[in-house]
Design a protein around this ligand. Structure first.
Ligand code: ZN
Length: 414
């Protein structure tokens, strides 16, 4: 898991990592207009990916079993005209993507990665770029210049306090740096989506390596457990079509062509149905019997802040998958989908935990409710327990991914 997360500093790289693994297992690219009825295929759109296996025994009314997750994590994204600075310092202007814990980005060695669109004879083409050198740093203000910080807390202004330093004195612009990284002339760089990532390698930590310390655990952990579950289910599919859908833009509301509010997954379901000779009736039958598992991180009970958690629903790491429930539909789980997940954990012989938020605190959300509204397919929200969600470096249990995988494999193989 650690190596796959480190290979995936951006949503585009996460999709590339997943595609490499799927292709190694025989999955092929499903270009629009040519969806063979039977086989293992994938479709990518920017930072999003859908993959599935249709077997000989499936028909147009076959339900789908989908693991849904998201490839994006809160981070710092380079502005379009980023060259900035104060005095001799050269800095980069950044936008804050999603609900980042800003303090967690301070005093870290940051690399740069993303995608660059370059001019070519065939029109604009997209290249992935990744520079894992420690290029950027946002130094904290010394305590001598902010004596009250430990008593009054750290207040960071997104515009004034988050611009990373990357050089001093004269030197090349960000544009010329990026052109060199993309191996093109600067005039051939048309546009880019580039973001910062922590260059510290992920690690197994704690006594007996019981924990995983890594960036982007929310939600690359679910993405790669989902890849493994799809591969396991594809080797012996049941009566349902096993599928994986990794969306982008969950952390900013999911409304985009690659987000859970897009028609991406619904379109693939319709294409599979059409390739199997389906009509509106078989479509309705398939969707009514399908299930989406919205796989995303769950809050473990923090030992130093136990009062922020629901006292009668304590969640631990290395204690099995977490079923997430919210009466106000911030999670899409209902009694019926909860039962399916609970029985899958029983069949996989893994323990399961039930999470609800404190009633007096606002609850986070996932792709679950959006997928349910978009597709009309029942959804269950579940995931692995973790701490420090949305920090530049998060923490999870090192034994939970295998237990979650066992449960998801049961679900996708049904
Ligand atoms: Zn998440």
């Amino acid at each position: 898991m650690a190596a796959r997360i480190d290979e995936s500093p951006t949503p585009y790289h996460a999709v590339a990592t997943a595609v490499r693994e799927l292709e190694a297992a025989g999955f092929s690219d499903a270009a629009p207009g040519e969806t063979p009825a039977v086989g293992s295929q994938y479709l990518r759109r920017g930072g999003a990916l859908v993959a599935w296996t249709v077997a000989e025994h499936h028909n147009a009314g076959s339900p789908a079993r989908v693991v849904g997750a998201h490839t994006d994590s809160p981070n710092l994204r380079i502005k379009p005209q980023p060259d900035a600075g104060s005095g001799p310092w050269r800095q980069l202007g950044v936008e804050i993507y999603g609900g980042a814990l800003l303090n967690s980005w301070l005093d870290r060695d940051l690399g740069l990665a993303g995608r660059v669109v370059v001019r070519s004879a065939d029109g604009p083409t997209t290249r992935l770029v990744r520079d894992n050198r420690p290029l950027l740093r946002i130094p904290q203000l010394a305590i001598h210049l902010d004596r009250e910080i430990n008593d009054k807390g750290l207040l960071l202004n997104r515009q004034r306090h988050m611009a990373p330093i990357w050089a001093i004195g004269d030197g090349p612009s960000f544009g010329s740096y990026l052109a060199e990284l993309a191996e093109v002339d600067e005039s051939d760089v048309v546009s880019y989506d580039v973001m910062a990532h922590d260059t510290t390698p992920s690690a197994l930590t704690g006594l007996d390596e019981q924990f995983l310390a890594a960036p982007r655990i929310d939600n690359l952990l679910s993405c790669f457990v989902g890849v493994d579950a799809l591969l396991a289910a594809s080797s012996a599919p049941g009566s349902s079509i096993p599928m994986l859908c990794l969306f982008d833009h969950e952390e900013v509301g999911s409304v985009s062509t690659a987000g859970a509010a897009s028609p991406l997954l619904g379109d693939v379901l319709d294409r599979i149905g059409a390739a199997l000779g389906g009509d509106l009736e078989s479509r309705a039958a398939s969707r009514a019997a399908s299930l989406v598992v919205s796989a995303d991180g769950a809050h473990a009970t923090h030992p130093n802040y136990a009062d922020r958690h629901e006292p009668d629903h304590q969640i631990a790491v290395n204690a099995g998958p977490v079923l997430k429930i919210n009466a106000n539909q911030r999670y899409a789980t209902d009694a019926e989908t909860a039962a399916v997940f609970t029985l899958a954990c029983e069949a996989a012989e893994v323990p399961m935990q039930r999470f609800v938020n404190r009633t007096d605190l606002a609850c986070g959300s996932t792709i679950g409710p959006i997928s349910a509204g978009q597709l009309g397919i029942p959804v269950v929200d579940a995931g692995c327990a973790q701490l420090a969600m949305h920090s530049a470096r998060e923490m999870a249990g090192s034994h939970d991914p295998a237990m979650f995988l066992a449960a998801l494999t049961v679900l996708l193989s049904a």
